[in-house]
Design a binder for this molecule. Sequence first.
Ligand code: AGP
Length: 610
Amino acid sequence: MCGILGYIGDQSKTVDVLLQGLTRLEYRGYDSSGIAIMQDGRSKVFKSKGKLSKLKTKVKKHSPKGLLGIGHTRWATHGDASQKNAHPHVSGGTSVVHNGIVENYLELKNELKKKGYRFYSDTDTEVIAHLIEEMSNTGLCFEDAARAAFKRIEGSYAIAVISDRDPDKVIATRKFSPLIVAKGDHENYLASDVSAILPFCKDVIYLEDGDVAILKRDEIKITDLDGNQIKRKVKSINWDPISVEKCGYRHFMMKEIFEQPRAILDTIRGRFSEETGDVYFEGLDSSFFKDVQRIVVLACGTSYHASLIGKYMIEEIAKVSVEVDIASEFRYRNPIIDSKTLAIAVSQSGETADTSEALLEAKGRGAKTLSITNVMMSKIARDSDCVIYTHAGPEIGVASTKAFTTQLIAFYLFAIYLGRIKRKLTKKQSIEMIKQAISIPQLLEITLKLNEQIKELAKEFFKYRNFLYLGRGINHPIAFEGALKLKEISYIHAEGYAAGEMKHGPIALIDEDMPVVLIAPGDGIAYKKILGNLQEVRARRGKVIFLTSDPCAQELKGIVDRVIEVPGSSYLLSPIVSIIPLQLLAYHIATYKGTDIDQPRNLAKVVTVE
Ligand code: AGP
């Protein structure tokens, strides 16, 4: 959940590269940060509690200069959010930044304490610094000392380290935590996340577990933990550097909401034929799915909500039975899995620990595996038999928006793909469904025009302390997602329910202080039923915000407090449209409340701990 960075090259650039890179990583964790710069053969460390801006002010005051440095932005796991627990951690001349967890840190700490090492922080990371220092003290060179120390560490980690003993190198390693290195011109980079270095270079190497990278100004050497040299492929990243900038928007979240028409287009582009009705995914082979009899989908948070909608799509189109599991629960029951089960892991980041572990559990029980993820070469992508990449581009706002809608469209295309394999769809039907998918970006453009209206609505409602969201059928997970968006960024208590459940409990909450968002696109049975819920809410003086595509809904104006009218779409794709006003509503309410929208309290973009 933390972000790490390393740079070696041009003395005049080091501080700037580190601070710029950390700015781009700050979305991963933001309770403290720090850098170490190698200046005149000695590392200088700067750390700060709180937002990165504090570290920047501190660093500016001292204007350090050096050929190389490492940096870190933290989301506390071991030890509270404080300056002493911020990285880098130092032992003698060794400075270390670390993502992940050292599982055997207590054992190592006791051993090192006995040898006289003093611990200043409450973190597990500090043992790594002392361990490398200890190995160096036995006479090993920096490279060998680092490798010897890495061998002793159990757990999941990405580590970068510099040493005063060998001040022309940055050394890094990884296990179960992402780390890339990238080559520049007389300069080299390392980062836990591509977005951190996107503006500087595009050719990157994804390190594998157990790789040790030694970065010098003109060379990147990769070895295993025993020092044997390894060759790794260089990959070119096609994300646009502009995608990690705010581009005039006040917040990444708003920018990402408005990017959705483009992101949907990028996710469907080149994956279908309008003539034949066929769907293609690079790297997927239809024979792999022929004998699939049931599907389990594993995900967390917003990705879980997308999966609940994916279930409707797959069951409706491909007629294959789908169960959706909260990934963190999956491992702790005894799931029935066999070789005819397809497990689909859904994750924006491809790194979420719960989803990753659930995927491995399903795989271990014999399931075929597929992942739907936004991040190339992420852990979940690499651990699955095949991958469908959503092409949302980097998502920086902690509250997921474009990742959600691109997951939905990916599910929809996959359902058509599977439906064709299972012969549950005629060519004519799939051509029609593809046409509907193609129409979505334009429908989203129209929906985004509601922005000003939603802003007004938010002004009226931002002082309420509780919200209820109700939806039916394929839009009932939109109630969950709308409520999650609101609570994440505005800290207002919000509940999402399947509307039919209202009378089984939540109705007790309804009074004049409870705004109820009724999600009712379409005109089918779900719509008719929700009109019944509307009357029930009104009868209890609840305030109703009515989201619909029914053009006659304006006639309901005497009954409902506010109408949000979205354009009509096919039933299966309607959630992609209905979520847009709810993302905007959460955003504007949070703006009126003055919360930190892109980096809400206590959250991290990527949750790499269970
Ligand atoms: C969404 O707004 C959240 N920040 C969170 O629920 C997120 O969707 C969840 O942590 C799963 O992340 P993933 O998609 O990267 O696996």
